[in-house]
Design a protein around this ligand. Structure first.
Ligand code: SAM
Length: 191
């Protein structure tokens, strides 16, 4: 990720935004169960929140991060979290290993729609039937394109996401756009 991300995505303001606004909208009243997978944790704002939700109930969090330096920093910061350095399109986990999966602010960093769809299919494979898949992502704008200069920016069109989730093997997808088109959240469950 470029320097803009290092500044914004590791900031206290971003962590607060994820904790107070984005994640509550994404999670709603979903039942996550005991084994949760996080895709693309980056600097760890969602990891921190999810750890706080799961720990009191004895739940476990596993993260998959492509960037080796971010994966290593995350493992040091969260010793109770299992961190795998991998492409989420090739998850190093058995079928039906997780009860839920969370993926925030990540899909627009995946360079092609084909690769994004491969990630959706992999998440479906490692979720048990009925397992919740939820998350959020940033939407397209001139400002966002400028923010991603020199970086991958391949925003997902929320209008097409429900169809893509259904094609990947998910049921009852719900996609909601927030803050005048700034970002969207989604929630679905494995068929
Ligand atoms: C903008 S950060 C999001 C961090 C955090 N989830 C948040 O909401 O603030 C996107 C993260 O996804 C990771 N990522 C991108 N492509 C990936 C892939 N194919 N598999 C796993 N992680 C990936 C990037 O390395 C980066 O750390």
């Amino acid at each position: 990720m470029n320097e803009n991300h290092a500044e914004v995505c590791s900031s206290a303001e971003w962590a607060e935004h994820m904790r107070d606004t984005v994640l509550p909208r994404a999670l709603g009243d979903a039942t996550l169960g005991p084994q949760v997978l996080e895709i693309g944790p980056g600097y760890g704002p969602v990891t921190e929140i999810m750890s706080g939700i799961l720990a009191p109930h004895g739940g476990t969090l596993t993260c998959v991060e492509l960037d080796p330096e971010l994966a290593s920093a995350l493992a040091s910061r969260f010793p109770a979290v299992t961190v795998a350095r991998a492409d989420a399109a090739r998850l190093p986990f058995a079928d039906a290993r997780f009860s839920a999966a969370v993926c925030c602010t990540m899909l627009h960093h995946v360079p092609t729609a084909l690769h994004q769809d491969a990630i959706l299919a992999e998440v479906r494979r490692v979720l048990r039937p009925g397992g919740v898949f939820t998350g959020s992502d940033s939407m397209d704008s001139d400002g966002r394109r400028a923010f991603h200069e020199g970086d991958v920016f391949n925003p997902v069109d929320p209008a097409g996401l429900a169809t893509r989730l259904s094609a990947a093997g998910f049921a009852d997808p719900v996609v909601a756009v927030h803050d005048g088109g700034d970002y969207f959240t989604f929630q679905t469950r494995r068929r």
